[in-house]
Ligand binder design. Structure first.
Ligand code: PLP
Length: 390
């Protein structure tokens, strides 16, 4: 058999070697503590699971759902955006539930990108933006996110020839993997840039509810003109510890929402209805759940930052997201440093280069491991440092 060129063109997965090492160690019975996984360790709250269970028993939820999602879910999403961001959305035209936001992020490229078209993609960044561009036959153009610019892209530095071929602009704040945040002034600038060059904006925002010290990250949809040029992807995954249930949403520009709906209606048959009903329960539920959750991550963040500074590693303290983006010590590449920590301390971290070339020189540590594992991991890092500097 012969696979498609589009599949064969995908670059190899960068973490193959490190993951093989972790698997080998674990097979030998060694205990590897992983700071490498961005998936909440805490369970979905009971009030959501209880509703899911009753909904699963209702026969009306056993049949095909609609691709457009339950109208009640679209309304709950619109209500949540009004309560949280003071953004008004037309639930019938400006909201589309997704099978997790990754699904929509992957599919939207097929609505915009033809062969040879360019998508502007953050580097470092969540890999799906560039992979879906490649699968659709387009070319990602990487916008470096540099520490001196607060990990925001520099629109003025973008080559005119690239901008001419570009159709999509990807943004993601609070950012994975850097933990950086953006203010509405940056989104205003992005809207101006998109209008000037006839670009569509996709803002990926799954981390707005994981935030520290009382900070409330803004939505892209808050700024004037946002819905003329763009949509925002959001998700229940990180907000309600629901990564395993697969539910998210796109909101904003009605034409983009309709395009994504038309594509999806030919590929999937919607989200299992019991999960949609659980999502309504989550969105209508108490806001203090996410605040309590963030307080737990905040304690972990502070413990980890303290330890990193004790061992002389320079970290960027995140105001939001559950990631800490750390400079590797001089003399190491990100892969070499991750390998050193794995070999010598049995601690797994993610090499920054896995998120793009501009991620070289950093590793990402996630806060999604139970407190006692985090404490153990920190102890191992401190011990490693002591023996490394002997
Ligand atoms: C976790 C994550 C997603 C995907 O979330 P799902 O809704 O679970 O598909 C999207 N973008 C970024 C940056 C993420 O970190």
């Amino acid at each position: 058999m012969r696979l498609s060129h589009r599949l064969e063109k995908l670059p190899p997965y960068l973490f193959v070697e490190i993951n093989r090492k972790i698997a080998e160690k674990r097979a030998r019975g060694e205990d590897v503590i992983s700071f490498a996984i961005g998936d909440p360790d805490m369970p979905t709250p009971d009030y959501i699971i209880d509703r899911l269970c009753t909904a699963a028993r209702e026969p009306s939820n056993h049949r095909y759902p609609e691709t457009s999602g339950l109208p009640e879910l679209c309304l709950a999403i619109a209500r949540w955006y009004r309560k949280r961001f003071n953004v008004e959305l037309d639930a019938s035209k400006e909201v589309l539930p997704l099978i997790g936001s990754k699904e929509g992020i992957g599919h939207i490229s097929f609505c915009f990108i033809d062969s040879g078209d360019v998508a502007l993609v953050p580097d470092p960044g969540y890999p799906v933006y560039s992979m879906s561009t490649l699968l659709a036959g387009g070319e990602p153009h990487y916008m470096p996110l540099r520490e001196e610019n607060g990990f925001l892209p520099d629109f003025a530095a973008m080559p005119a020839a690239v901008i001419k071929k570009a159709k999509l602009l990807w943004l993601n704040y609070p950012n994975n993997p850097t933990g950086a945040t953006a203010e509405t002034s940056f989104f205003v600038e992005a809207v101006r840039f998109a209008k000037k060059h006839n670009l569509a904006i996709c803002h990926d925002a799954p981390y707005t509810e994981v935030a520290y010290d009382g900070y409330k990250p803004p939505s892209f949809m808050e700024v004037p003109g946002a819905r003329d040029v763009g949509i925002e992807f959001h998700s229940l995954s990180k907000t309600y510890n629901m990564t395993g249930w697969r539910i998210g949403m796109a909101v904003g520009n009605a034409q983009m929402i309709d395009a994504l709906f038309r594509l999806k209606s030919n590929l999937d048959s919607g989200i299992p209805q019991a999960i949609q009903i659980a999502a309504i329960e989550a969105l209508n539920g108490p806001r203090n759940f996410t605040e309590r959750q963030s307080a737990i991550y905040q304690q972990r963040r502070d413990k980890l930052l303290k330890a990193l500074s004790e061992i002389g590693l320079k970290a960027n303290p995140p105001k939001a997201s559950f990631y800490v983006w750390v400079r590797v010590p001089p003399g190491y590449t990100s892969v070499q440093f991750a390998t050193e920590l794995l070999d010598k301390a049995n601690v797994a971290v993610t090499p920054g280069v896995g998120y793009g070339n501009a991620g070289e020189g950093y590793v990402r540590l996630s806060l999604t491991l139970p407190d006692e594992r985090l404490d153990d991991g920190i102890r191992r890092l401190l011990l490693w440092h002591k023996s490394a500097t002997k």
